[in-house]
Design a protein around this ligand. Structure first.
Ligand code: ARG
Length: 460
């Protein structure tokens, strides 16, 4: 294949070097954006009388044809094509001859590649945001179903206080809402069209950058040609938002792995998201949750990879920047996959309500409420804490729960205790008493679910 830059060279490129430097094997996925960008650029060239009507028609028709052909039979991955931009242009030359060469007037691969990636990323982010919304909606739906399910809430992975399972599930709704916000922020910041920046310094042709931006759906244009071709922080932002999302998903997956173990027994995962063992017939492994937890690592790695590539790079374009693409594409694919996977895991999860409730009563989870009860009887909180601590020690020794103590036993620790104590420390009562905004009372959880549904226009 004749190089786009062959003029000043006397020898061909070493075959190994072609393979070493190519990006077509992975940037071929940018062909729709590359062609879309070229069509907009060509329309601008003719409007500005930089090329003729006739030339532009030839170019645009051929570009559309190339798009259809690639849609059908893909890109021919040959390292001598270097990258997708070169590939499209050489196909154009095959079709219409020398006129093809006019398309690259007032453009460089440096502004072209950033345009392609931005268009691709804007589309990908929108798809990811939709997948996040689907998952959020499922979390809220499952929370609504499990509002009466009482489970132990943990701190330090030790039983802390009883909570509704809905509080736990809605926690992920909130995390995902911030994730969605981060993607939306980075979408807004990258919404400036690079075309017209050319190699690094702009162009002497009378281009209309605003026209191209509008045609491509950007809300503005970049303001400094050198910054435009040098910067990849819009990709870093996306990779960072993705890494945070994956960490949030990974925490949920870890809980599914833990909770489905017999030690917890809180959840039965659906067969559809588990696999068996080739040697142990009884095994049902939570692979989908595990793999999603594992994939968080590579998405974090992709962020670090690009950051390190950028560190210390002098302005403006350097070929190092080609290394932005594999971490980016891998992250887009992995994040989309993970969101679908977690959806399936949560959709098919059957929570074991009786086991959760039973365990909610283990580990003296009502101790805080017993202390609060004493406070209401006039005992200072520090003293009440001390008294209940002693009661807990006593119960550990006797192998019983706080609520199993007789009134006399309780009164031997504090004579202000009366018969009302049992109601005060009953699990439902304990859960429902926490009515503060964001707390676990069923009333507050229902309020929050309604608020979310109203905001989002969901009916579950
Ligand atoms: N494949 C290149 C990249 O991804 C396209 C830009 C090439 N520009 C250049 N001056 N060699 O960065």
């Amino acid at each position: 294949m004749a190089k786009l830059w062959g003029g000043r060279f006397q020898k061909g490129t070493d075959r190994f070097v072609e393979e070493y430097t190519e990006s077509i094997s992975y940037d071929s996925r940018l062909y729709p954006e590359d062609i879309e960008g070229s069509i907009a650029h060509c329309e601008m060239l003719v409007r500005q009388r930089i090329i003729s009507e006739e030339e532009s028609k030839k170019i645009i028709d051929a570009l559309k044809e190339i798009k259809r052909e690639i849609d059908e039979s893909g890109v021919e991955i040959d390292p001598s094509y270097e990258d997708i931009h070169t590939y499209v242009e050489s196909r154009l030359r095959e079709k219409i001859g020398d006129v093809a060469g006019k398309l690259h007037t007032a453009r460089s691969r440096n502004d072209q590649v950033v345009t392609d990636v931005k268009l691709y990323l804007k589309r990908s982010i929108r798809e990811i945001m939709t997948l996040i919304e689907d998952l959020q909606r499922l979390f809220v739906k499952r929370a609504k179903e499990e509002i009466d399910t009482i489970m132990p809430g943990f701190t330090h992975l030790q039983h802390a206080q009883p909570v509704s399972l809905a509080l736990h599930l809605l926690a992920y709704y909130e995390m995902l809402e911030r994730d969605r916000g981060r993607f939306n922020d980075c979408l807004k910041r990258m919404d400036e069209c690079p075309l017209g920046s050319c190699a690094l310094a702009g162009t002497d042709f009378p281009v209309d950058r605003g026209f191209v931006a509008e045609r491509l759906g950007f809300s503005g244009v970049t303001k400094n040609a050198m910054d435009t071709v040098s910067s990849r922080d819009f990709i870093v932002e996306f990779l960072a938002a993705s890494a945070i999302l994956m960490i949030n998903l990974s925490r949920f997956c870890e809980e599914m792995v833990l909770w489905s173990s017999p030690e917890f027994g809180f959840v039965e995962l659906s067969d559809e998201v588990c696999t068996g063992s080739s040697i142990m017939p009884q095994k049902k492994n939570p692979d989908v949750a595990e793999l999603t937890r594992g994939k968080a690592g590579r998405v974090v790695g992709n962020l670090v990879s690009l950051l390190v590539t950028l560190k210390g790079l002098p302005l403006s374009y350097n070929r190092d920047l080609q290394e932005d693409k594999e971490p980016l594409f891998d992250t887009v694919d992995t994040v989309k996959g993970a969101l679908r996977a977690v959806y399936l895991v949560l959709e098919g999860a059957r929570f074991n309500k009786s086991r959760m409730r039973e365990m909610a009563g283990e580990g003296f989870t009502e101790a805080t409420d017993l202390a609060d009860y004493l406070v209401r009887k006039g005992v200072p909180f520090r003293r009440a804490h001390e008294i209940v601590g002693k009661m807990v020690l006593y119960c550990i020794e006797k192998g019983k729960r706080l609520c199993d103590m007789s009134l006399d036993e309780m009164r031997s620790f504090c004579e202000l205790v009366d018969g009302g104590v049992y109601e005060a420390i009953a699990l439902e009562k304990v859960v429902d008493s926490r009515q503060s905004l964001g707390g676990t009372s069923r009333k507050e959880l229902k309020r929050r679910i309604e608020e979310i549904c109203a905001q989002r226009g969901w009916s579950l």
